[in-house]
Design a protein around this ligand. Sequence first.
Ligand SMILES: Cc1cc2nc3c(=O)[nH]c(=O)nc-3n(C[C@H](O)[C@H](O)[C@H](O)COP(=O)(O)O)c2cc1C
Length: 168
Amino acid sequence: MDKTAFFKLSYGLYIISTKYEEHFAGCVVNTVVQATAEEKPKLLVTVNKENDTNLTMKKAKKVNISVLSQEADMLLIGKFGFRSSKDFNKLEGTTNIIGKNGIPIITQAVCSYIEANIIEELECGTHTVFVLEATDAEILNDKPVLTYGYYHNVIKGKTPPKASSFAQ
Ligand SMILES: Cc1cc2nc3c(=O)[nH]c(=O)nc-3n(C[C@H](O)[C@H](O)[C@H](O)COP(=O)(O)O)c2cc1C
């Protein structure tokens, strides 16, 4: 199999956030997909089983998705994409608001967000595919979205081993 064929798949970049009791967890993902466009749209997100965000989502049953804009820098992506919420409070020093569902939403370098309930979980090799149902969504600004291509080609960012996708 020529795995460089996977490099031709394109994605956006997001920070997902969740909270169970007093514990906040969140991480960078490229695997948010809108699955349906019904009254309460469904989405999918794929999260590594070893990520603290995965364990916390399974307890909280809620997650918020922040759509990153091109204003995102490596400080923000490094914090949410290369460190673990297990032993580090990623919320400290990060601009956020509290969602209607009581879960913090990252608003730093973010152009829109979606609040969601987790309605199904599918174990999928190294990752869990979470099926989400949106409960609220807002636009914050018109800044261009951060795509995976822009992250690799312009920001020259890297992808850690726990990500879902092959990367150049
Ligand atoms: C560009 C990029 C894309 C990523 N995509 C995913 C993803 O789709 N799913 C995932 O589980 N982790 C992904 N990650 C890795 C997590 O963000 C990373 O393992 C994080 O440190 C997990 O934090 P946590 O332990 O607080 O949950 C990605 C990281 C980067 C930088």
